[in-house]
Unconditional design. Structure first.
Lengths: 82, 631
């Protein structure tokens, strides 16, 4: 899946991009922690990250084959990963 | 000056240790509020460069909060600019995550900083059957690049030579537009080695395979909590004998001092005040060393991040994140290393919250006092009853810490938090030398920063407990109150300033069931709560109460008021326990908070809120048990 939009404040969004989960990054969901804990994702750039659910909800992704940033409403990462 | 920059887990600490030989002192950089280690590095031309190890950071452009590591690094670079310092930015990149590291490179180049890139973990890269084309990377970036392994003894010379050459070439700022794509460059310069072996393939998959077990939804938490329990047990099994040995050595030194100087005020000051304070400092050392080493091993191996991942959901309920778990757990052994361990928490507000609630965790120093109170006031009760009270005390500490963190996140530390993006680094074998150096540095900094405060407070407490109150009427006045310890000769402590203060405080503490003797015990244990037992022993004329508290328990049970009624009841014991659960009676903790927060405001806040809560809790316990008809 590819990140198409971050619906959080601009400075946090810039920081997330620097970390490696910004718009345009390709992510693979590896697992979720128990009881609604964080999501474990791998970035195509080589890093692995834990994202808590609240944050994951503001990271909107498209399935890789559907990537088209101008297309219809993006879906939350949680839903795409499910 | 050389500023070492890099993402967290990029191998920056290992490289810093490799090139500086581990020598480090905390640099004095005006306006910078966190510890930045610095060391001197001799270059091939015999000039000396100062190397400053900046905190691990992701960006110098995206700064969410000035107190974050990114904010600190940006402030450091801005100050260097203002001072006109000749600064070389040495960026450390994990060669295995080159594309991520190059995002920061892009920012450093845009800022125009003179740059030298050191790609580390070459050994890991090669063991996984990959190669870095250093020359191609250098060409693509237009910046000198080294490819090293921090474990290689030649690394120091290689890096020093490159720094020297870069310094000679002039360190001019040259802002430039950067339009290359980090991912594309990384794909071009990292290649598979010809003929990848099966071992290399296995190594590539090691982290994923290990995570399948260690991050399993059920097995993962069990394994992590089991490991934490083992660590906790190790602190008691290893640190306790070491602490006893420290106590024994300090006692020998005190004996020798008294023998040489004879009894007197000076000898008492040196033996009880100075050496007593030194004993307190040294008693903490074994725990600090063990916990620091354990935390470094967990962090360097990559497992600490997994623990935070597993427990994040639980701590999220309390306004904290998984990263707070280890410091909170360590706080049950000793708050001082736990406060230092909060450095692993990237969010400044969450870190401050964790520091502020750590004194509520039931540290090992509370145990002697709990044991004394239980054996004194619940002697007739069975072991199970005492054990349940003990468990209840631990539980109360945890629950109050959690309620405290929830309350703080809505008041004193409220504000926006960094979103939880926890980097999950690949598993690595920690470098023993780096871990040992970090342990030594932490111990030395504790001795220097916290130790000096402890000695100063110990000297003041000695004066309060020893120096007679001017104009004290001594025995006659005490006897007239009718509440002297039975069959005990009046000790100097009863004429001390602390005794006068304790008596003056009686109207305030009487609703808690505390008389002046308990007040003196509390004054004496302001610096270290475990001193309570010894101080009460002195008041009641029992020698070596700390080693064997049974005679002291008996004497406390027999104590009478002027009217002949028992001076203390079960209610007093319960109120005293409630007081000890909450009060931050530990100058070492106060000093450690000062050291980490760089201000006296937060230590003062901790003292104020813990003592206020302790007072109210003891008051409630004493009064409510009275209303319920408890004897």
């Amino acid at each position: 899946m590819r990140v198409v939009e971050l619906t959080i404040e601009e400075d946090l969004s810039a920081w997330l991009s620097a970390v490696g989960v910004g718009v345009g990054e390709r992510l693979t969901l590896l697992r979720r922690a128990a009881f609604g804990g964080p999501l474990h994702v791998r970035s195509a750039a080589g890093g692995e990250f834990a994202l808590n659910v609240a944050l994951a909800r503001s990271i909107h992704v498209r399935a890789e084959e559907d990537v088209d940033d101008t297309s219809a409403e993006p879906k939350p990462a949680r839903e795409s990963a499910a | 000056m050389v500023a070492l920059l890099g993402r967290p887990n990029s191998g920056k600490s290992s490289l810093y240790n490799a090139i500086t030989g581990g020598d480090a002192k905390v640099g004095n950089f005006p306006g910078i509020t966190v510890d930045i280690l610095q060391a001197e590095l001799r270059l091939p031309d015999d000039t000396v460069a100062t190397v400053a190890d900046l905190p691990g950071l992701y960006s110098i452009e995206a700064v969410v909060d000035q107190a974050t590591d990114e904010g600190v690094a940006r402030a450091f670079l801005a100050r260097a600019d203002e001072a006109g310092a000749r600064l070389l930015a040495l960026q450390v990149i994990d060669a295995n995550q080159l594309a991520l590291g190059l995002r920061l490179t892009r920012e450093l180049l845009r800022r125009g900083l003179p740059l030298l890139i050191v790609a580390t973990q070459r050994d890991v890269l090669e063991s996984e059957g990959r190669l870095l084309d250093r020359a191609a990377l250098e060409t693509a970036l237009g910046v000198p690049v080294l490819s090293v392994s921090a474990r290689d003894p030649a690394t120091r010379a290689t890096v020093a030579q490159a720094i020297g050459a870069r310094m000679k070439s002039g360190l001019r700022h040259r802002e430039r537009a950067v339009d290359w794509d980090p991912d594309k460059i990384a794909r071009q310069v990292i290649r598979d080695a010809p003929g990848i072996t099966e071992t290399a393939q296995r190594r590539r998959l090691f982290t994923a395979r290990a995570d399948a077990w260690l991050l399993h939804p059920l097995l993962g938490p069990v394994l992590f909590l089991g490991l934490m329990a083992l660590l906790f047990a190790a602190v008691f099994l290893v640190a306790d004998p070491a602490t006893s040995l420290m106590d024994y050595l300090v006692d020998i030194a005190r004996g020798a001092l008294v023998h040489r100087l004879g009894a007197g005020l000076l000898s008492s000051f040196l033996a009880d005040g100075v050496l007593g304070g030194a004993g307190t400092v040294l008693a903490f050392m074994p725990q600090i060393v063990i916990l620091t080493l354990a935390m470094e091993v967990l962090d360097a191996s990559g497992y600490l991040a997994r623990g935070a991942f597993l427990l994040d959901r639980l701590l999220r309920l309390l306004g904290l994140s998984g990263r707070s778990f280890l410091p909170l757990l360590m706080g049950h052994a000793c708050a001082i290393p736990a406060i230092a361990a909060t450095r692993i928490i990237r969010d400044p507000r969450e870190r401050l919250t964790t520091i502020l609630v750590l004194p509520l965790m039931t540290c090992s120093a509370r145990i002697p006092t709990y044991a004394l109170v239980l054996s004194t006031f619940f002697a007739a009760r069975g072991a199970w009853f005492k054990a349940s009270i003990f468990v209840g005390l631990y539980f109360t500490g945890i629950v109050s810490g959690l309620i405290g963190s929830l309350a703080l996140r809505r008041t004193a530390t409220k504000g926006r938090s960094l979103p939880l993006v926890l980097e999950m680094p690949p598993y690595r074998v920690p470098q023993g030398r780096v871990i040992a150096r970090k342990g030594a540095q932490a111990s030395w900094r504790f001795l220097r920063d916290v130790g000096t405060t402890i000695l100063a407070v110990a000297a003041v407490l000695w004066a309060l407990l020893t120096v007679p109150m001017p104009g004290s009427a001594s025995h006659a006045a005490t006897a007239a109150r009718g509440d002297a310890a039975p069959a005990a000769a009046e000790a100097p402590i009863q004429r001390s300033i602390a005794a006068a203060v304790g008596k003056a405080l009686e109207p305030v503490t009487a609703p808690l069931g505390f008389d002046w003797r308990i007040n003196v015990g509390l004054i004496g244990s302001f610096g270290a709560r475990e001193v309570m037992v010894g101080t009460m022993g002195v008041i009641f004329g029992i020698e070596n109460a700390s080693e064997d508290p049974s005679p002291l328990s008996e004497r406390i049970r027999q104590a009478k008021t002027r009217a002949g009624a028992p001076a203390y009841t079960t209610r007093t014991g319960l109120a005293l326990l409630a007081f000890f659960v909450f009060a931050c009676q530990c100058m070492s903790t106060v000093s450690a908070i000062r050291r980490e927060t760089k201000t006296w405001r937060w230590p003062a806040f901790v003292l104020a809120y813990t003592y206020a809560v302790a007072y109210v809790a003891a008051l409630l316990v004493y009064q409510v048990t009275g209303l319920l008809g408890m004897a």
